[in-house]
Write a protein that binds this ligand. Structure first.
Ligand code: CAA
Length: 400
C-alpha cells in the first residue's frame, strides 16, 4: 500500500529544518548573499540541531531519520536559500552516505562518527578544471608508495572546498587504464584537511549561491595512508556514481523547495500589486505563471518522494533520482524566471528575494549531472541502452 502521510518523526524533522532556516538564516541571508559571505556559525547551529547527521544511524553519531526526512529537510532549507541545502548535499548526500555504504568499520569510526555528530564537515571532490560531465577525463593521479598513496591534481567547483575538514577524492590509480578511458582505473580516497601538500581556495564572483562556499582543491604530493582508500582499488567510478545518486536526491528535493519559495512569493505579490484596476493575480497571464509553479511544485515533490521511498525500501533509485533532479532543477529555473516576471521591475531589484532565487537556481541545472546528462540517462533507460546492474555495496535501509 502507498501511504503519503508523513510520520510524526518526518513532520518533526521538517519543522526543525523550517524553523532553523526561518529563524537563524532568513533574517541575514540577503546581507550574506550580497557580501558573498559564508557564515561558518551556520554549520555549528546545524550540528547542534542534528541536521548534519540526518539519515546517518545513531550508532555512527548521526541523528537517524529516514531518507524522506532528509528530502524534507532539503526542501525547507532551500526554501530559504540554496546555500543551506548545498551543505546537506555534500556533507550528507555525497560524503557521509557514501562512507556509510562503502566504508570499513574503522573508516566509519574515524570519519563518519564525527561527521554524523557535525564535529567535522565533509565534501566530495570529483570535478576538475577539465572534467565535469566526462568523469573519466579527470587527471588527478595517485601513485602507490609503500603504505601510502601519493596524490597529485586539481579539483574545481567543489562545494565547501575551503571549509570542509574531510574530503572524498577521486584519482586514477592505474595509468594504463587511464589511457584507455577504462573507468576501473579510478579509485577513491578519504583525505583530511591539514595533510601536507593539500591546499584549498574559494572561487569568487559566482552568479548565485553567493552565501555558500565553492572552491578548488590542489594536491601536490599529498601522502594518504593506504587504509584511507574507500572501497576497493578501481571502484572509484562506481562509488562516485553511487554518491551522486544520493547527492542528486538532495538537489532534487532542494530545488523543489525553491519552486515553492517562488510560488509563495509570487502568490503574495499577485494579491497585492494592482494594474488595470485589479490585483495582478486576476489577470490570466499571471495566473498561467502561478499555475505552472503550483503544478511543477507538486510534480517535483512527488518525484523526489518516490526516489526517497525507493531508498527507504532498499531499492536502487538511480533512474528515479536522475528524473527527480532533472525535473526539479528545470522547474526551479522556470519558476524563478516567472517569479521575477510576476514582480516586474521590482523582481529585477534586490528589494525582493526572487532576484536571488533567479540567480541561485542555475547552479543545480549544471552540477551533479547537467540537464543534458540527465536527459541522456533518461533516454538511454527507455531505449534500453542503460540497464542498472547490482553493485557490491548498496545504500542501507534507515534504522528503525
Ligand atoms: N551506482 C553504482 N554503479 C554505477 C552507477 C551507480 N549509480 N552508475 C553506473 N555504475 C556502474 C555501471 O554499472 C558500470 O559498471 P561496469 O563497468 O561494471 O559495467 C560503470 O559504473 C560504468 O557505468 P556507465 O557505463 O553508465 O558509465 P558512463 O561512462 O556511460 O557514464 C554518465 C555515465 C551518466 C555520463 C556519468 O559519467 C555521469 O553521471 N556524469 C556526470 C558526472 C557528474 O554528475 N559530475 C558532477 C560531480 S559534482 C562535484 O564534483 C562538485 C561538488 O561540489 C559536489
Amino acid at each position: 500500500m502507498i501511504d503519503f502521510t508523513l510520520s510524526e518523526e518526518q513532520l518533526m524533522i521538517q519543522k526543525l529544518a523550517r524553523d532553523f532556516a526561518q529563524k537563524e538564516v532568513a533574517p541575514k541571508i540577503k546581507d550574506n548573499d550580497q557580501k558573498a559571505f559564508f557564515d561558518k556559525n551556520i554549520l555549528t547551529k546545524m550540528a547542534e540541531l542534528g541536521i548534519l547527521g540526518l539519515s546517518i544511524p545513531t550508532k555512527y553519531g548521526g541523528s537517524g531519520g529516514d531518507y524522506i526526512s532528509l528530502g524534507l529537510a532539503c526542501e525547507e532549507l532551500e526554501y530559504v536559500d540554496t546555500s543551506l541545502r548545498v551543505i546537506l548535499s555534500v556533507h550528507i548526500g555525497l560524503n557521509s552516505l557514501t562512507l556509510l555504504t562503502w566504508g570499513t568499520e574503522e573508516q566509519k569510526q574515524k570519519y563518519l562518527v564525527p561527521q554524523g555528530k557535525g564535529i567535522k564537515s565533509a565534501t566530495f571532490a570529483l570535478t576538475e578544471p577539465n572534467a565535469g560531465s566526462d568523469v573519466v577525463a579527470i587527471e588527478t593521479k595517485a601513485k602507490k608508495d609503500g603504505n601510502y598513496w601519493i596524490l597529485n591534481g586539481e579539483k574545481m567547483w567543489i562545494s565547501l572546498a575551503d571549509v570542509a575538514d574531510h574530503f572524498i577524492i577521486f584519482a586514477w590509480t592505474d595509468q594504463e587504464k587511464r589511457k584507455k578511458r577504462d573507468h576501473s582505473g579510478i579509485s577513491c580516497f578519504i583525505v583530511e584537511r591539514g595533510l601536507p601538500g593539500l591546499t584549498t581556495a574559494t572561487i569568487h564572483g559566482k552568479l548565485g549561491i553567493r552565501a555558500g562556499n565553492t572552491g578548488s582543491i590542489s594536491m601536490s604530493d599529498v601522502r594518504v595512508p593506504k587504509e584511507n582508500m574507500l572501497g576497493q582499488e578501481g571502484e572509484g567510478f562506481k562509488i562516485s556514481m553511487f554518491a551522486l545518486d544520493q547527492g542528486r536526491y538532495t538537489v532534487a528535493a532542494g530545488a523543489t523547495g525553491l519552486v515553492r519559495a517562488c510560488l509563495d512569493a509570487s502568490v503574495k505579490y499577485a494579491n497585492e500589486r494592482k494594474t488595470f484596476g485589479d490585483v495582478i493575480g486576476k489577470h490570466q497571464l499571471v495566473k498561467e505563471m502561478i499555475a505552472d509553479m503550483a503544478t511543477s511544485y507538486e510534480i517535483a515533490h512527488m518525484l523526489w518522494l518516490r526516489a526517497g521511498w525507493l531508498k527507504n525500501t532498499g531499492q536502487r533509485s538511480t533512474k528515479e533520482t536522475s528524473l527527480a533532479k532533472m525535473y526539479a532543477c528545470d522547474a526551479s529555473e522556470r519558476a524563478s524566471g516567472n517569479a521575477v516576471q510576476t514582480y516586474g521591475a521590482y523582481g529585477y531589484s534586490d528589494e525582493y528575494p526572487v532576484e536571488r532565487f533567479y540567480r541561485n537556481c542555475k547552479g543545480a541545472v549544471i552540477y551533479e549531472g547537467s540537464r543534458e546528462i540527465h536527459k541522456l540517462m533518461q533516454a538511454d533507460y527507455v531505449l534500453g541502452y542503460r540497464i542498472d546492474k547490482p553493485t557490491r555495496c548498496s545504500l542501507p535501509t534507515p534504522e528503525e
